[in-house]
Design a protein around this ligand. Structure first.
Ligand code: V47
Length: 393
């Protein structure tokens, strides 16, 4: 892509280093945010993407299940949680194990290879609920991969288990019950000031990394996220990415598993305590996805979660460093972009078309990025409203 805009000598030097496959520094990352023209950023990030993944763009057939919105934390950016109370809000909910298993089975019947399950820190659900959830899903849908529970939930489980357990025991028991890998949520921004300002009750950076360190040590893969566009500054985003890169270096060098993907998540202000803030622009989203690709040279995949990035921006980002869009999703309760409801779904045909329109090759993957080749397309519900709703009626 030729833009005709002459980069400053600093940016030109960074561009040369990217083209030579060299690692960028924290200062380089900050400069890219401050100064790099969006077209050059796209060219550079796309070059790295092509070195790692060619023109492939991955998606999966999955189902997100948010088991409960009751949460003790009260993070300011979150509009999903309902506080625990003896008189809970009308829309506070917790699905039963049977309801979750029924949704997983339904997903598997329609071709899903993964359920992605996260929820709030519910003060009354016991650790057995989460173990039973995994067992019931595996019973109902033996082949489905369970990617579940952010690092924050895992730490919560160490505290509610009776007797209390360490992280390794919690992960070991969940794995025996059927857990396959960890999603990347709950990372937010690894910075004390931002933590204090926006999610001060939440387990911080040390706890988040400890859970992923233990997961990688026992051979369990995971993802990483960055929630940006609220009270943090660009330099704090770069520091967050550098911390993830350092952790990934260690996992690659000394552990049997590592992070599969980075998922930069744009802050969606609606209905949160930070709803007075504007949220990041589309251009900031594109810039952040591209910079994540450039900074995280030891991550194989950069995912644009279309639910939060919007389908159109996610499509554009396939030429700005991104090689993965997440999946069909179907229901998502944590954020609702631009007035969408809980039913947020892209059909397989639609995802494939989006990818082809972006001049990429659609590749279905499983959770661990093995390619999935099907003889026939999976069955689909004849009518959408035949699907089980997210909440029991
Ligand atoms: O942990 C909460 C974030 C995360 C808001 O691992 C918000 O494959 C923006 O982690 N605006 C959940 N973000 C989503 C997540 C995820 C999504 C897709 C794929 C993967 C993966 C992980 O969403 C939460 C929190 O960090 N979040 N509220 C909000 N208002």
């Amino acid at each position: 892509m030729q833009t005709g805009i002459k980069p400053s000598s600093d940016i030109a030097r960074i561009a040369d280093r990217v083209r030579a496959g060299e690692r960028l520094t924290f200062e380089d990352g900050v400069l890219l945010y401050d100064e790099c023209d969006i077209h050059l950023l796209g060219e550079l990030a796309n070059g790295v993407r092509e070195r790692k993944n060619g023109r492939k763009a991955y998606y999966n057939i999955n189902r997100h299940i948010n088991y409960s919105n009751v949460c003790v934390l009260r993070c300011k950016f979150c509009s999903f949680y309902r506080p625990w109370s003896t008189a809970p809000a009308d829309d506070a909910y917790a699905l039963t194990v049977d309801e979750i298993a029924a949704r997983a089975k339904e997903a598997a019947d329609y071709g899903a290879t993964e359920v992605h399950i996260v929820g709030g820190l519910h003060p009354k659900l016991e650790f057995d609920y989460y173990l039973d959830m995994c067992r019931a899903i595996k019973n109902a849908a033996p082949d489905i991969h369970i990617k579940a529970f952010t690092a924050i939930e895992i730490i919560h489980f160490t505290r509610i288990a009776k007797p209390r357990l360490g992280i390794e025991d919690v992960l070991g028991q969940l794995r025996d019950a059927g857990l396959g890998s960890l999603p990347g949520g709950g990372a937010e921004i690894f910075d004390d000031r931002v933590h204090e300002e926006a999610y001060k009750n939440k387990v911080g950076e040390a706890g988040w990394f400890e859970v992923h360190r233990v997961a990688h040590s026992i051979g369990m893969f995971s993802n990483a996220t960055m929630l940006y566009g609220h009270v943090e500054k660009p330099a704090e985003r770069i520091r967050h990415l550098v911390k993830l890169r350092e952790h990934q270096d260690e996992s690659i060098a000394s552990r049997p598993a590592r992070f599969n993907a980075i998922i930069p998540l744009p802050f969606i202000p609606d209905d949160s305590e930070l709803s007075h803030l504007p949220g990041p622009s589309g251009l900031t989203n594109l810039r952040t996805l591209a910079i994540a690709r450039l900074m995280l040279d030891n991550f194989d995949h950069v995912k644009a979660f279309w639910i939060m990035q919007t389908a159109k921006l996610a499509q554009v980002s396939l030429n700005w460093g991104v090689d993965d869009l997440d999946g069909t999703v179907v229901y998502y309760d944590i954020t609702k972009c631009e007035g969408t409801g809980t039913h947020q779904e892209l059909s397989i045909d639609k995802i494939q078309r989006m990818i082809t329109e972006a001049n990429c090759q659609p590749v279905e993957r499983d959770t661990l990025y093995n390619e999935v080749h099907r003889k026939e397309p999976p069955p689909r519900p004849t009518k959408q409203d035949e699907l089980l709703p997210i909440l029991p009626s």
